[in-house]
Write a protein that binds this ligand. Structure first.
Ligand code: ADP
Ligand code: MG
Length: 727
């Protein structure tokens, strides 16, 4: 085995960066493989084009005849670019993307063979999807699933396949995917936010949620990764001693990008341009071999699709460069993990970012309204937000020393904290003209238009206001953004709907003026949501204590955290906002629990295998060399040998002890796994979390000790220093 490791190292040292040619400007490439507005206008009749645009803007249905026209133009566009197949591209509950390709090619009695694609095929497909996770949905209803075109996310050409973004639903209507609830949540937030906007501007007809994600990842050479079964099977290293040099020197962060990595990035960016993913920034991250990529923000549904597509493209492109891309949240112990910050805001069809302060007091009141409502929503549903980012892999990252804790809090900065503190003192009921003037001139009038003060940023907050948007930083790097985005937009929708009702009620019953009513409600919200606001160090141990005192949740592990998704409070929220019904909610919960258990089960098996079949035999091999050596010394020195063999004998003993510990811990772990496997659902996940997983640390401890004791020449697994510093 160690041969594999050394061959891999040799291979890596001989690698050359792939040459990337760029003949076109990026702007010329952008969207070239997307059936976007420009392409639609070129290839479609006015009528068909209008019909798609109406569907996008107002959700109107597309008539079957028109759908046929659209399909024909889409097909012609795709064929002219070399397409041979089409697929309904969807996001089943595995979190990844799925596709089943059908050829355009058909045989035809009259002309032999043709390329065919009609409105029916565009609109709907029935993948044989019985092996996608459905949380009992399909069993309950014996329902078959079908995919249906989502015109709000444009079709694109990937390789020689026309990909049509779709939702995936059961014939009984239940959502079987991640996109359907997201679309419903986005519709809910649109309705609620548009209604609130009308307090300030009657012309607002639609509000879009916007999302700008920042994707962190590691790149590891494929040869080095191949000598790590744990990395290949679980996406993370389950053992490995920390290197002498890690990230202490901070010399990787924002440093110059290694050449092979730069080739990968340029290759990737070119693909992204063609696919219309507006990637904008790239840089080294804190950990060695860790990088980040971020696009210009987009409408949330499109941004979610683009992130899913990006992850897929990254895997493909990385192969050309002999890299394995790691999306795992914590691939290396003691080294920073990877997240996917979700920058979120709301934006009107009139071009206003609702979380951006404005020039006038009225604009600022609108800003404050959305700002305070967001804080209130996060306050009311903090546990649900925590649940929305829960996964086995993200558990390793949250609360580690470089990522937000499992406690959700909101950071807003000192300027806005002061504004909210002052608004808390607004008079109850009617306001005097003096107070109104004062509010307008001195309090909200003083909010500067641009709040992007970099000195006032708190990198440790899981939900931070960053001047013109909120940034949800707790999302894991491997997550599908649809999960957290569905929940965030749903709670905001609910909050804004409540706000509208409360303001209307004050105007009617207490005959308050509109802005008086708004100030009155905001005051109460600010008071009620105070405990979610935290400006201090979110990574510190004292925050955990403080948060507990405040009554904030701190669900460190996924099986515990997920419970918030099926609480009565959550179910009525989803039902009231028409995002999911109880059955859909429970099905998802079941799937997530199962996924959790399976992941820990796989990790446990892999760890057992690697420790037993790689680590122990290597240790024994080295131990035998030592024994040989001691024997030799005895031959030469006779009874005097002990003087010379002391170290060796000591090593022999220590190796034996570690081997014994590893063996017994694996035995115990296997027993716990057997017990866990007899349990179902929550109990199964709890057992994996609390009974099986604790052995990981213990086994690792002894395996890592052996790594330090055993001759480097024999060690079969690529070491941390090699994984992290060879490129
Ligand atoms: P950083 O947070 O690293 O300082 P920026 O503030 O420039 O960087 O933005 C980070 C991300 O936030 C980018 O992906 C950007 O597209 C996104 N972003 C900026 N404005 C908005 C917005 N209004 N809505 C959603 N995302 C946004
Ligand atoms: Mg950021």
């Amino acid at each position: 085995m160690s041969v594999l490791r050394f061959n891999a190292l040799q291979e890596v040292l001989n690698r050359k960066p792939v040459v990337i040619e760029e003949k076109n400007r990026r702007s010329e490439l952008f969207g070239k493989n997307v059936f976007n507005e420009v392409a639609m206008r070129q290839h479609m009749t006015k009528e068909a084009y209008r019909s798609v645009m109406n569907a996008i803007e107002f959700g109107t249905k597309i008539d079957r005849k028109i759908a046929d026209q659209i399909a024909v133009s889409m097909k012609e566009w795709a064929l002219s670019r070399g397409a041979t197949h089409y697929t309904h591209w969807f996001q089943p509950l595995t979190g990844a993307t799925a596709e089943k390709h059908d050829a355009f090619f058909e045989t035809n009695e009259d002309v032999g063979a043709i390329e065919h694609f009609d409105g029916g095929q565009l609109a709907q497909q029935e993948p044989d999807a019985s092996s996608f996770p459905n949380g009992g949905l399909r069993n309950t209803f014996e329902a078959r699933g079908y995919t249906a075109w989502d015109p709000t996310s444009p079709a694109f050409l990937y390789g020689t396949t026309l990909c049509i973004p779709t939702v995936f639903v059961a014939y009984t209507g239940e959502a079987l995917d991640n996109k359907t609830p997201l679309l419903r949540a986005l519709q809910a937030v649109d309705h609620a936010a548009t209604a609130v906007c009308k307090f300030f501007d009657k012309n607002v007809a639609k509000v879009n949620a916007t999302l700008g994600w920042e994707q962190e990842y590691f790149l590891i050479d494929t040869a080095l990764a191949a000598a790590r079964p744990d990395l290949m099977m679980t996406g993370r290293t389950m053992l490995g001693h920390s290197p002498a040099k890690g990230q202490q020197l901070d010399d990787h962060y924002f440093g110059s990008i290694p050449t092979r990595v730069m080739s990968f990035m340029r290759d990737l960016e070119k693909e992204c341009m063609l696919l219309g993913i507006p990637v904008k920034t790239r840089h080294n991250e804190v950990a060695p071999n860790q990088f980040e990529l971020a696009p210009i923000f987009e409408e949330a549904n499109l941004a979610v699709d683009h992130n899913s597509l990006l992850m897929d493209v990254m895997e493909k492109v990385s192969q050309r460069h002999q890299f394995k891309v790691l999306f795992h949240e914590k691939p290396f112990e003691g080294i920073n993990g990877s997240g996917k910050h979700n920058n979120w805001s709301l934006s009107t069809n009139t071009g206003v970012n609702l979380l951006s302060p404005g020039k006038t007091p009225m604009k600022n009141l609108q800003f404050l309204t959305f700002f305070v409502n967001t804080i209130k929503a996060v306050h009311d549903y903090e546990e649900l937000i925590r649940a929305s980012i829960a996964s086995a892999s993200n558990d390793h990252r949250l609360g580690a020393n470089e990522a937000p804790p499992a406690i959700i809090s909101v950071f807003i900065g000192s300027q806005l904290s002061q504004v909210l503190d002052e608004l808390e003192n607004v008079t109850k009921g009617k306001l005097s003209p003096q107070e109104k003037t004062d509010l307008k001139l001195n309090i909200i009038g003083k909010i500067p238009e641009i709040l992007l003060d970099n000195t006032d940023r708190n990198r440790t907050s899981p939900f931070a206001f960053t001047g013109n948007k909120f940034e949800l930083r707790a999302v894991g790097s491997s997550a599908n953004c649809a999960g957290p985005m569905t929940i965030l937009n749903t709670i905001i929708a609910k909050q804004l709907a409540d706000f509208k009702n409360e303001v209307d009620a004050l105007i009617e019953t207490k005959s308050l003026k509109k802005d008086e009513a708004i100030f009155n409600i905001l005051r109460e919200y600010i008071k009620a949501s105070k405990k979610i606001r935290f400006e201090g160090d979110g990574y510190g141990a004292s925050w955990e204590k403080e948060a507990k005192k405040r009554g904030l949740s701190n669900n460190k592990k996924t099986p515990e955290a997920l419970k918030a998704k099926i609480s009565n409070k959550a179910i009525s929220l989803f039902e009231e906002m028409s995002v999911m019904n109880k059955i859909e909610v429970e099905a998802r919960h079941e799937i997530e629990l199962e996924e959790y258990s399976k992941r820990i089960q796989i990790e446990s098996r892999v760890l057992g295998d690697v420790a037993r079949n790689h680590v122990i035999p290597t240790a024994i091999q080295y131990q035998n060399t030592l024994i040989e050596n001691v024997r030799g010394l005895k031959e030469i020195f006779g009874t005097d040998f002990e003087k010379y063999a002391k170290e060796q004998v000591d090593l022999i003993q220590r190796i034996s002890q570690h081997i014994a510990e590893i063996n017994s811990k694996i035995e115990e772990m296997t027993e716990e796994r057997k017990k866990a496997n007899k349990l179902k659902g929550q109990k199964n996940a709890d057992a994996y979390c609390n009974k099986v997983m604790p052995f990981f640390e213990e086994i690792r401890y002894h395996a890592d000790k052996l790594e330090l004791l055993v001759d480097d020449n024999l060690w079969p697994l690529t070491k941390y220093r090699e994984l992290l510093f060879t490129r």
